[in-house]
Design a protein around this ligand. Structure first.
Ligand code: PAZ
Length: 325
């Protein structure tokens, strides 16, 4: 078993080595108000983290290390949590996919819009701008009316609080603030930590201020380990919440062992284990006493069934059981 990291020392490291974003207190207040509003109405709240993190190589950053995550897992899951009655704090990487809008993320907006008369020149010189009517091509944006209707209902009911991060420091501090906000509703809070967070970083004190010069020859960088934030989250920040972490590997042979080790180390409720190449059609939900394999058949993939629906259904049932205990 891995030695368990000390939660309090990790918390200290976070304060010392990762720049605190200037807006963290303001965001924390918004998250607390959101959680308390839904908590007072008896609802559950899930914090979803989504997308990758950026690790700067220079303080006046020109270059950074990034990763593959598109944020699709988090965005699709948010929609299914909402359909299951949850309110969602959506802590996502700037420009990664978002619930509902993700369905049109690859569409060129200007190809999907047309002037109503089809002429493109409806507003003759001097005519009032209000007379120009732009309509959406349903062919270019399939299901747009249905998605728009749902998006507006969700927005009007205030069921999603989107919060953005870019860098690793922002992610870590905002996650801590979110955890403290969600802790106010005890076991009705769920964490769904789907973001692909860097394991390595360069401390501010070791970072060059200016752009690294290629004239100095090949670059060698030394990076430190990012503190294992799951430890203080589970122990100190939100000890009553239902916590799900994610584990991604490229080698399927080590995946389940790593997922089990994470559960043993951090003592949280579930790990969703997935392999990079097959992550859209196969995951394993590992809990302390069970292992559920979730698989999409070829036909389901063709019919655009999304595996997140199954992951969310599995975890919301486990959460119900957890609350009742
Ligand atoms: O964001 P995405 O849909 O492209 O990918 C999802 C994922 C693979 C980042 C997620 O399922 C996951 O495993 N996140 C944790 C990654 C990790 O082990 O740090």
């Amino acid at each position: 078993m891995m030695a368990e990291p000390r939660a309090s020392s990790i918390d200290g490291k976070l304060a010392e080595e990762f720049a605190v974003p200037s807006h963290v207190e303001e965001v924390k207040e918004r998250m607390t108000a959101f959680v308390q509003r839904h908590g007072a109405a008896g609802g559950r709240v899930v914090l979803i983290t989504s997308g990758g993190t950026k690790v700067p190589l220079e303080s006046r950053t020109v270059r950074f290390l990034d990763n593959f995550s598109s944020g699709r897992r988090g965005a699709v899951s948010a929609e299914h949590f909402i359909d299951s009655g949850y309110a969602v704090v959506f802590l996502h990487r700037h420009r990664s996919l978002c619930p509902y809008t993700r369905m049109f993320s690859t569409v060129n907006l200007l190809d999907a819009l047309q002037f109503r008369d089809g002429g493109g020149g409806a507003a003759s010189e001097g005519s009032a701008a209000e007379e120009e009517v732009v309509v959406v091509s349903q062919q270019a944006l399939p299901n747009v009316a249905k998605v728009l209707r749902r998006y507006q209902e969700v927005k009007e009911a205030g069921l999603v609080l989107p919060i953005e991060f870019s860098t690793l420091s922002e992610y870590l501090h905002l996650l801590k603030a979110a955890a403290q906000a969600l802790s106010t509703i005890g076991s009705k809070a769920m964490f769904y930590l789907a973001a692909a967070v860097s394991d390595f970083y360069i401390p501010a004190s070791d970072m060059p201020e200016h752009k690294i010069q290629s004239s100095n020859g090949p670059l060698q960088i030394s990076m430190k380990m990012v503190p294992k934030i799951l430890s203080p989250l589970v122990k100190d920040w939100a000890p009553q919440a239902f916590v799900t972490s994610f584990k991604l590997e490229t080698d399927p042979a080590i995946l389940l062992d790593k997922a089990r080790r994470a559960l043993d180390t951090y003592r949280h409720q579930a790990v969703v284990a997935n392999v990079l190449d097959t992550r859209r059609g196969y995951v394993v939900v590992v809990t302390p006493d069970a292992k559920h394999e979730l698989v999409l058949t070829e036909q389901e993939v063709e019919e655009d069934v999304e595996i997140e629906e199954r992951i969310v259904s599995n975890l919301t049932s486990a959460h119900t059981h957890f609350i009742s205990q």
